[in-house]
Design a protein around this ligand. Structure first.
Ligand code: UD1
Ligand code: CA
Length: 468
């Protein structure tokens, strides 16, 4: 028994006008590659990974790397080499799709494609009168150099051909109905039509669009569905169009958040990735970037030019300007910045404060602890109510290995302390300012690790006399 429906994403072309070493479909808009958007739409229509293939050629290795996770989930990557046109791309995958009844074909460079369009193409193809192909069409206001749809004069519901922009006659060029580049074919007639494709066109390519006239001439039925939004078939050809699309995606995300109760001061000046979540009454100031899997709670304020990537932020947190935070967790009511840097694995406790030029890596800072100025805390476990003085450094690296520092509750670390790890500092202890601490400090103990000051009265004036 053949399986019902497969989806083929065409992504072998180079995208010459991008002027890039990266294949076009891997360029990003709205925080995802163009190809990832298309694959998300296909999967959103309920098509399983095991029934999806991507035709790749230019930049195959890069595409394979980008899709590694999906490939191990069952997605097929099929090589088309050389790239001799869209029809040739579908032919290259024939041994894969011939075990299905229907084949959906979409272009990998059209990231606005919706799951609803895919669903309606597949539904129309599977329903009576069982057309050999259903294709999506659009009638945008502005001219686009797309294939024009030709219809039977007596039976206008029948599509009889697609004429490419480059070879259309002046009369054909006036046709406003365009080929979107999304199709659902019955595979048996598709295979027969592909076998008859020729390359008699200016580019010497096998055009998938030529299968339509071949099907119609063979009395197969070709019908169409109109796109609900003609932007769905907006492709990306160069970096100017890429930037416009990126702006659209970002704007859409910002609007969705605003409608859900987030205040965004300058919606065009924030960059928020698609999977980011933000709670109610949180305020995002201009220039904020929220990336990856970042989740922000309610009643937070993220001030200008802070960048958060893969961070989890609880409610009521204040992040002042110019913080750079990645793969970290920040508990409720904490305050950070300006200029705080959190690296992978920082966990900042409830109501803790971190100030300017404080860098934290793989460290836990307990409830209400503070490091307000100029510090480096790495591989440290710091309890509650601890004060870290300005300039404190955990010396966690000896040139070959990393070592831990533990600072217990209510300890007070004086300014400019050098804490040589591995090291443990007991609860309530004091470290004198400027100390170099190399040995464990028990509970409730003052540790001094610095040279004692000496005074030489009269020394400066004697020196001045000698000099004169
Ligand atoms: C194609 C259609 C045109 C339609 C337009 C919509 C053809 C001949 N024309 O034109 O009717 O209006 O899309 O955008 O199909 N690709 C491959 N292998 C190849 C060539 C292309 O995988 O050998 C891929 C490209 O990576 C791209 C997609 O197919 O994702 C479309 O190819 P492109 O060359 O951009 O076709 P258009 O000229 O835009
Ligand atoms: Ca194109």
């Amino acid at each position: 028994m053949p399986k019902p429906l497969a989806a083929l994403v065409l992504a072998a072309g180079r995208g010459t006008r991008m002027k890039s070493a990266l294949p076009k479909v891997l360029h990003q808009a709205g925080g995802r590659s163009l190809l990832a958007h298309v694959l998300a739409a296909v999967r959103g229509a309920g098509i399983a990974l095991g029934d999806i293939a991507v035709v790749a050629g230019y930049g195959l290795d890069q595409i394979r790397a980008a899709l590694a996770e999906l490939e191990s989930g069952g997605l097929q990557i099929i090589l088309q080499e050389p790239q001799l046109g869209t029809g040739h791309a579908v032919l290259a995958a024939q041994s894969w799709w011939q075990n299905y009844d229907h084949l959906l074909v979409v272009h990998g460079d059209m990231p606005l494609l919706s799951s609803a369009t895919i669903t309606s193409l597949a539904a129309a193809a599977a329903a009576k009168p069982h057309p050999a192909c259903v294709l999506a069409t659009a009638e945008p206001r502005e001219p686009r150099a797309y294939g024009r749809i030709l219809r039977n004069a007596n039976h206008p519901e029948r599509v009889v051909g697609i004429v490419e922009d480059g070879v259309a006659t002046p009369v054909q060029r006036k046709i406003r109905e365009l080929n979107a580049g999304f199709y659902c074919f019955a595979t048996a007639p598709l295979a027969a039509a592909l076998a008859r494709l020729r390359t008699n066109n200016p580019h010497g390519e096998y055009y998938l669009t030529d299968t339509i006239a071949l099907l119609a001439a063979g009395r197969s039925l070709v019908t169409s569905v109109a796109l609900a939004d003609d932007r769905e078939c907006l492709g990306v050809n160069d970096r100017v169009e890429l930037a416009q699309l990126d702006r659209d995606f970002r704007r859409r995300k910002a609007e969705a958040l605003m409608r859900a109760g987030v205040t965004i001061q300058f919606p065009d000046a924030v960059v928020i990735d698609p999977d980011v979540e933000v709670g109610q009454d949180t305020v995002l100031e201009s220039g904020v970037q929220l990336l990856g899997s970042t989740r922000i709670g309610a009643n937070c304020r993220i001030r200008s030019y802070s960048i958060l990537e893969d961070c989890t932020v609880a409610d009521g947190v204040l992040i002042r300007s110019h913080c750079v935070l990645e793969k970290s967790r920040i508990d409720a009511a904490a305050q950070l910045g300006p200029f705080t840097r959190l690296r992978e694995g920082a966990h900042i406790g409830e109501a803790a404060h971190l100030g300017n030029f404080v860098e934290v890596k793989k460290s836990r800072l307990g409830r209400a602890s503070k490091a307000n100025h100029l510090a480096y805390l790495g591989d440290a476990t710091i309890g509650a109510g601890v004060n870290i003085g300005a300039g404190t450094i955990t010396c966690n690296y000896d040139g070959s290995a990393k070592h831990p520092t533990t600072i217990a509750d209510a300890a007070f670390i004086g300014s400019n302390a050098t804490l040589v790890a591995p090291l443990e500092i007991g609860p309530g202890s004091y470290i004198a300012a400027g100390s170099v601490i190399t040995d464990p400090v028990p509970a409730d103990t003052l540790a001094l690790g610095r040279a004692r000051q000496t005074l030489k009265p009269g020394w400066p004036s004697k020196r001045r006399q000698k000099r004169d």
